[in-house]
Design a binder for this molecule. Sequence first.
Ligand SMILES: NC(=O)c1ccc[n+]([C@@H]2O[C@H](COP(=O)([O-])OP(=O)(O)OC[C@H]3O[C@@H](n4cnc5c(N)ncnc54)[C@H](OP(=O)(O)O)[C@@H]3O)[C@@H](O)[C@H]2O)c1
Length: 242
Amino acid sequence: MEHLIIVTGGSAGIGHALLATAPADAHRVTVSRRPAPDVARGHLEADLADPASWARVGDVIDAVATEREWARITCIQSAGTLEPIGFAGEVDPDRYQTNVLLNAAAPQVLGHRFLGAVSHLGCRRELVMVSSGAARKDYPGWSSYGAAKAALDRWVSTVGAEQAQRGGVRVLGITPGVVATAMQERIRATDARDFPQVERFRGLQEEGELEDPEAVARRFWAVLDDDEVPSGTVLDLRDHAG
Ligand SMILES: NC(=O)c1ccc[n+]([C@@H]2O[C@H](COP(=O)([O-])OP(=O)(O)OC[C@H]3O[C@@H](n4cnc5c(N)ncnc54)[C@H](OP(=O)(O)O)[C@@H]3O)[C@@H](O)[C@H]2O)c1
């Protein structure tokens, strides 16, 4: 029996690294606009900022999870964006709405669908939200992004407690640290008027402080394999000994 791994945002960055470092015999699927043929057998093409896509994605997750017996099922929601970086009230309203829908709404709605699809199954099952330090700290210019991550942290702790009562899916929130992806390139290219802390992030890169995505992804898998981390936990990867 195979391990089914579904990653939203598996086409790039941390999501791609999670698929690249997954067990070689796993059945890997990315849910994203672009495919990831080098690391994923399956590609469910979807713009997750479009609410019209959510029911279709939920239906496919349901169908894949139940089409055969799996040894383990892992769903990691990594799709996200910082765009548009800038102050609330100043940036383009349509792009702000896209940010809210992708970062805050889609992971909750799809998380809900995933749990409905797998709660009755007997195998090991995990649902992970990729969080951020911005959930707990103010970064002017990232208002809807930080608010979305804070919402997901609360979702994880609440739903994790629910699943500990019944359902049995381990629900986790994981903060990866500062990782060398396109998202960080975008941050460094931002004008200080839109993101006043930009110099700090440029400095981190100059000092070689950005983490390698695949090294980060391996630590993600170590957390997922660690039975000592209970459902409902929101943790910073840098605090996990494994
Ligand atoms: N990099 C960091 O330092 C850092 C730090 C803390 C947290 N995080 C979190 O880590 C996660 C991944 O970030 P990353 O740095 O890997 O970003 P990234 O390199 O920019 O990759 C973003 C991923 O999200 C997908 N995505 C974006 N918009 C989408 C949409 N509308 N519909 C479907 N998929 C979409 C992209 O796929 P397509 O373009 O193919 O659709 C891509 O696979 C995010 O949740 C982010 O908040 C990152």
